[in-house]
Design a binder for this molecule. Structure first.
Ligand SMILES: Cc1cc2nc3c(=O)[nH]c(=O)nc-3n(C[C@H](O)[C@H](O)[C@H](O)COP(=O)(O)OP(=O)(O)OC[C@H]3O[C@@H](n4cnc5c(N)ncnc54)[C@H](O)[C@@H]3O)c2cc1C
Length: 414
């Protein structure tokens, strides 16, 4: 077994580091309030229900454009979309690397913004969209000129997505959609929402759920309120759909097979999320090792106390174990495809997300009072990565997926 990261990926990362130093860090330095201890305050429009401020979104958009023009942003996308067909192993390695640098404009820990794209909606459109849908949405989406939200979760159903209560009823060539969505991220700035609705079949069955591309300005589509969350700003909104009418051409993928698109969305995300969490954990470990060597307590450096060493030793051991399984899993995904690796993906997802939170918590402890301040990044990292233990399938649902493979039953969550 060869554990060497392929040379082309190493070269890409080296070039990416130079690009970040030369083009992204100066941009970050122009507006330090978005990144220092004022970050949540500066990024949040408190008067507009806690949504991101427009200036903050504009900065993220500038970063994306510069990265796209420099040839980095589309790296993981298929070559048909101007990308470089980046492999799962490459993306896991890149995501870990970016996060090991800590938070910054290269990866601001706000959502999935990054100098290297993570755009599962683009992959969904690429794989399932009609020629017209691709033509209308794909390039503007990749360029950041439009956003497309993803509305699966509902007030009554999250993990049990096959029980959703939103319905779509056929009326001539149209469909009429009614129901509600919860935590519908980005919907405030999206021109379209991918809305999942039951069109046939029974509760508890994946078959019969259809995905629709719904314009957010359609009559009957409303955003009654936004959910304020642990990490601010928040763009995770409640959505009401009251007899929203769309044509049949709004269906993405096959009628009744909408959860196939959701499957693709979360599958791509879960291993990358794990790699990101691993990188964040490694950042916390590295910072703590550095601080433990500088800080003197009771007349000797902190790191000479075994109680401190062992905390960091345990974290580093866990990080190495998770890294090995991420690399193995990503390689399997590249070699044999996505089927058959779900249990591995679930394993690295919940363990890496937990590790990021534990490492941030320990880093705070090892740094003492300084660790608790907003001048360090640990509280920020904790809040962002704590989210990953819930979104894209909770820790418990990842375990359920592993159990499904061990005990040979079919997991009904996407
Ligand atoms: C910041 C944020 C952004 C989000 N963005 C989006 C988005 O853009 N689009 C979207 O569709 N959704 C989004 N979500 C929703 C997210 O996907 C759901 O919150 C998640 O799937 C969990 O669903 P739930 O909140 O309904 O919890 P529930 O499903 O009600 O679960 C509650 C608890 O029960 C546990 N549980 C459930 N089933 C089992 C079981 N079988 N065995 C043991 N334990 C179980 C869960 O693990 C959890 O701990 C977002 C959520 C957040 C917080």
């Amino acid at each position: 077994m060869d554990w060497t990261i392929p040379q082309d990926v190493q070269t890409f990362i080296a070039d990416l580091d130079v690009f970040i130093d030369e083009q992204i860090k100066p941009l970050e330095a122009e507006q330090p309030h978005f990144f220092d201890h004022r970050r949540e305050w500066a990024r949040t429009d408190w008067e507009r229900d806690g949504f991101p401020k427009q200036e903050w979104r504009d900065l993220l958009q500038r970063m994306r454009r510069i990265s796209d023009d420099a040839g980095f942003f589309r790296y993981p996308l298929p070559s048909a979309l101007g990308g470089q067909d980046g492999t799962n192993l490459a993306m896991a390695t890149i995501r870990e690397h970016l996060l090991t640098k800590g938070s910054g404009l290269h990866f601001p820990h706000a959502d999935e913004h990054s100098v290297v794209a993570n755009l599962p909606v683009a992959l969904v459109l690429h794989s399932f969209g009609t020629a017209e849908q691709k033509e209308q949405y794909l390039e503007p989406l990749i360029r950041g000129e439009i956003e497309i939200a993803f509305g699966l979760t509902e007030p009554g159903h999250g993990s049990d997505a096959t029980y959703i209560e939103t319905t779509a009823v056929k009326d001539g060539d149209d469909w009429v959609i009614s129901g509600a969505k919860r935590f519908n991220s980005l919907v405030d700035c999206s021109e379209t929402d991918i809305v999942f609705a039951r069109t046939s079949g029974q509760h508890g069955k994946a078959e019969g759920i259809t995905a629709f591309l719904v314009p957010t300005d359609a009559p009957g589509f409303s955003v009654p309120f936004n959910h304020w969350t642990f990490n601010m700003p928040s763009d995770h909104s409640e959505v009401h759909l009251d007899n929203v009418r769309v044509p049949s051409s709004a269906i993405i993928g096959e009628e009744g097979r909408g959860l196939d698109t959701a499957q693709l969305f979360v599958h791509e995300n879960r291993i990358r999320q794990a790699a990101s969490s691993l990188g964040a954990a490694q950042y916390c470990i590295n910072e703590s090792v550095r601080y433990a060597q500088e800080r003197v307590v009771f007349g000797k450096p902190l790191h000479e106390h075994q109680g401190i060493q062992w905390q960091l030793v345990e974290l580093q051991t866990e990080a190495e174990l998770i890294r090995a399984l991420i690399q193995k899993t990503a390689t399997m995904m590249d070699d044999v495809g996505k089927t058959g690796v779900s249990a591995n993906v679930a394993m690295v997802n919940f363990r890496a997300n937990q590790l990021a939170c534990t490492a941030a918590d320990r880093a705070m402890q090892i740094h003492g009072g300084v660790g608790y301040t907003r001048h360090k990044q640990f509280e920020h990292l904790y809040r962002h990565h704590r989210r990953y233990r819930i979104t894209e399938g909770t820790d418990e649902l990842q375990k359920r997926r592993i159990a499904a493979s061990m005990f040979d039953f079919r997991s009904s969550r996407t």
